[in-house]
Design a protein around this ligand. Sequence first.
Ligand code: GLN
Length: 493
Amino acid sequence: MTDLTDLGIAAIRDGVAAGTFSAREVADSFIASVEQGRALNAWLVETPEHAIAAAEAADRARTQGELLPLSGVPLGIKDLFATKGVETTAASAILKGFKPEYESTITSKLFGAGAGMLGKLNMDQFAMGSSNETSAFGNVISPWRRNDGGNAALAPGGSSGGSSTAVAARMAPGVTGTDTGGSIRQPAAFTGISGIKPTYGRCSRWGVVAFASSLDQAGPMARDVRDCAIMLEAMSGFDPKDATSLDLDVPQWEKGLSGDLKGKRIGIPKEYRVDNMPPEIEALWQQGIQFVKDAGAEIVEVSLPHTKYALPTYYIIAPAEASSNLARYDGVRYGLRDLPEGANLQEMYAATRADGFGAEVKRRIMIGTYVLSAGFYDAYYTKAQKVRALIARDFDQAWEKCDLLLTPTAPSAAFALGEKSADPIAMYLNDVFTVPSSLAGLPAMSVPAGLDAQGLPLGLQIIGKALDEQGVLNASLAIEERAGFTARPGKWW
Ligand code: GLN
C-alpha cells in the first residue's frame, strides 16, 4: 500500500469514503510522521488523541453512512487559533500556559466538518515575521535544502512557517494559516505548497489571536488547489461573533473548479517588476504568463501606481493596530505574570511585557505607539489610511481592464535562517508582492510553479476581485495543471 502520508485531503476523504483505508490508519500514519519530524520544530503541541478520536468517529460515521466533508482528515492548526483546553500561545512567552476556555470559530467549523487535530503549529510570534525566527519557542527549519551540497538551514517562510513545513514534510495533509500581509502565501511559496488568503471577512476572526484586525484573515494551506478549495469551504461563512464577518453564502468552490480560463483577462502589473529581482523569478513569471495563455486567458498590461507605497503603509497600519490589540497582555488576564518583590501594578505590567514579548513584537508595539501618538498621528497613521485607500483604488481601476492579476508571490526563494534576521527592513521587503492585496482585502493565492537553480520552490500569485475566490482558485489550478510541480524535499530529518 502507498504511504498514506503521501495523500492529500481529497484523496484521504475519498479513500475513507470508499473504504480503501480507515481514517484511523490515516491518523496513525500522520501521527508517526509528526513524531519523526520533530527535528523541524514545526509543532508546539502535539494532540494525537484529538486526531485519533476524530478518526474513530469518522470510521463509525462511515459504517452509518454519515460521513462529513472532512471526515478522516487530520489537520495541523496554526497556534494563532484558540483551541479549547489546548495550549495556545501565538508562539509568545507571554501566553505560555494559556489554555483557552473556548474554540475559535474556524477550528470549530473544521472539527464540526469531521477533521481531527494533529497539533498546534509553530509560527512567528503573534504572526509578526516572514521567516518564523521570531517564535519564542525556536525557529522552524524548512524541510527543503539547497542542492549546492551545503546544509544551510532554510527559513520555511513566515509567519505560518510551522504550517508550511507540516504540509511540505508530509506531517499533515492540510493546515490552517493566517495572512495579515502575506503569511499564508509567502511560506507556501517557500515550501512548494499551495495556500489561499480569502477576501477579508470570509473567514471569521473570532478566537484568532489578533495582530492587525483590519488585515488579519485565516485561510488554508495544503498540497494543491483542490485541497485548498475543500478546506476553504469548511472554514468560510458568516459569524455573528465577528463584526467584520461577511454575511454571505459559501460558494461550492470545489465543484466550481475548472482550469479553463477562456474569456478571462489576466493583468500583469508592471510595478511588480522590482529592482534586484532574481532573473529566475522573472523567468517564472513569464512561464506563468504562458501557462494562463495556454489555458485560454488573454494577457493585459496593467498599472497599480501606488504599489511602491504599500510596504511603508502596511508597516504603519499593522503595527498601529498591533500596539492596540496587544495592550491586553498585561499579566492580569492571560498567561505570564511577572510580579517582582514589592512591585506595584504598573511595575507588574512593565515587567510582564518586558519579559513576555519578543524583540520583533516590542519593535512593532513601539512603532505602532509612535504612529498613533498625538504629535504624529496625522503625519503617519492618517496618511497611511489615505494611501491604503489609493492602493485599493489602484486595484479597482485594474479590474476595469482585467479579471485577475498574476504576479510572483515573493521576490526570492527561501533564504537561510539568520540571513535577514539582523535587518528588519530586509525582512519586511520580502512582503512586497503580498502586502498590497492584503491592504485592499482581496483574495490571493500562491501556487508552486517551479524551482530555482538551487532546487528551491518558487511560487506564483493570483490576486482576484473581492469575493472572486472561484476565479483565483481556477487560475491557480490552470497554473498547477501546467507547471506539473512534483518536487518534494528529500527526507534528511
Ligand atoms: N511578514 C509580514 C509581517 O511581519 C506579514 C505577517 C502576516 O501576514 N501575519 O507583518
